[in-house]
Design a protein around this ligand. Structure first.
Ligand SMILES: [Zn+2]
Length: 81
């Protein structure tokens, strides 16, 4: 089985988080995230962002530090617009 590189993993990340990938791709993305700290950190950030938008913070999977960064980024974005 070919494993994804970072570019491919990130290209699938949004669909992965929205559960719109095929089971095969889901497991390939999961495999990559388990091995790659950069991508897993990014996935964690994106997932928290989606959860914040959907107000599902109860399913917390990221450290408080990551959440704090997202909240700061959201506030900054709100200020800029
Ligand atoms: Zn990667």
């Amino acid at each position: 089985m070919n494993s994804l590189d970072c570019q491919e993993a990130l290209a699938h990340l949004q669909d992965y988080l929205k559960r719109e990938l095929t089971p095969e791709l889901v497991s390939e993305v999961k495999t990559h995230l388990a091995r790659c700290r950069d991508c897993s950190g990014y996935a964690c950030f994106e997932q928290s962002f989606l959860q914040l938008l959907e107000r599902r913070a109860d399913k917390e999977s990221c450290p408080e530090e990551v959440r704090a960064r997202i909240v700061a980024a959201l506030r900054a974005a709100a200020r800029d617009s």
